[in-house]
Design a protein around this ligand. Structure first.
Ligand SMILES: [Zn+2]
Length: 318
């Protein structure tokens, strides 16, 4: 930081950054709930999904309200998911880290925006197996705009462009790794846009460690599920009426095409694609790949130094 701050002033600024991040996290909760459903993220005000009563500002304070309400709606007592305070806490951490890493700067704001988009995408993918274009395209745009302004991790504009192109093209390579390691047949197109966005922000060289980290963690989780005997493929109970159960060979594991609502969803289709989309169900107890890509990207963003000290070969990509 250019300014010399007293410890008290620094603590105040850090608390403010964490609060800004938590408010961003609170907004992300709205994004996570509404974007996959194609609803506005601006209107109406937040309401309880069960009783419909509007949520007052004092019941909408990040983390604090959830604790004070003891995870229940004030009006009807409906449980409020732990995801709300978790996303707010993660947002707060992202705000604090951005300030500590880059000071009070445009670069800190850009990093908070990048991490916020990734958090929204990860939780939406966990929830719905979708990575909406409405979020992956802004991620890609943010990476491409931030690079020439020196506001991202990409070392240059060229590296950001190459990262976007390689990330997009690496779809095939990752699909092969996914099939071999995760027993998943293909990646959805949402994963391709996500990887393009990660490449644009991080630069082409960072894609390899990011994909390695996410595949490693994805395979640990996948193997754990197998070890727990919970990996039998089959239709999820939450997808009734989606046709007869199909064997594993007939159900690609990563989603109809993962792109979700957005302009491109209209551009694709063909009756076959629509049928596949309706018939597709996630394999039982499996997990989507997007959250692992996000985890890998965040680990490389924050921990590239320690990771390359532990695995010096990865220093080539740092
Ligand atoms: Zn309620």
């Amino acid at each position: 930081m250019a300014l010399e701050l007293t410890p008290a002033a620094h603590a105040l600024l850090a608390a403010w950054a964490a609060l800004v991040g938590a408010v961003v996290g609170s907004f992300l909760n709205v994004v996570i709930a509404r974007v996959p459903a194609g609803q506005s993220i601006v209107k109406p005000r937040s309401r309880c999904p069960r009783c419909g009563s509007a949520i007052a500002w004092y019941d909408n304070v990040p983390v604090v309200s959830w604790l004070l309400l003891r995870a229940r709606c004030r009006s009807c007592g409906e449980g409020i998911s732990w995801r709300y305070p978790l996303v707010e806490l993660l947002g707060g951490a992202a705000g604090l880290l951005a300030l500590e890493r880059h000071g009070f700067s445009a670069r800190a704001a850009a990093e908070l925006a990048f991490v916020a988009l990734l958090l929204a995408l990860a939780f939406i993918d966990l929830d719905t197996w979708l990575l909406p274009n409405a979020l992956t395209w802004p991620l890609l745009a943010l990476g491409l705009v931030a690079a020439p302004l020196r506001l991202s991790s990409a070392p240059s504009s060229g590296s950001a462009l190459a990262g976007a192109a390689v990330g997009f093209g690496a779809f095939y390579a990752v699909a092969v790794i996914g099939e071999k390691v995760l027993h998943r047949e293909a990646m959805g197109f949402g994963d391709v846009w996500l990887l393009a966005g990660l490449g644009a922000w991080s630069g082409a060289a960072a894609l390899l460690p990011i994909v390695l980290l996410s595949s490693l963690q994805g395979s640990v989780v996948g193997l754990s599920l197998i070890a727990l005997g919970r990996s039998q493929p089959g239709p999820e109970p939450r997808a009734p009426g989606s046709g007869p159960a199909e064997g594993p060979a007939a159900t690609p594991a990563s989603g109809p095409d993962d792109a979700g609502p957005g302009p491109a969803a209209e551009a694709r289709p063909g009756p076959d694609a629509l049928d596949a989309e309706e018939a597709w169900v996630p394999p039982r107890h499996s997990v989507p790949f997007g959250p692992f890509l996000v985890a890998g990207a965040l680990e490389w963003l924050y921990l590239a130094g320690p990771i390359t000290r532990a695995v010096p070969a990865l220093g080539l990509f740092h």
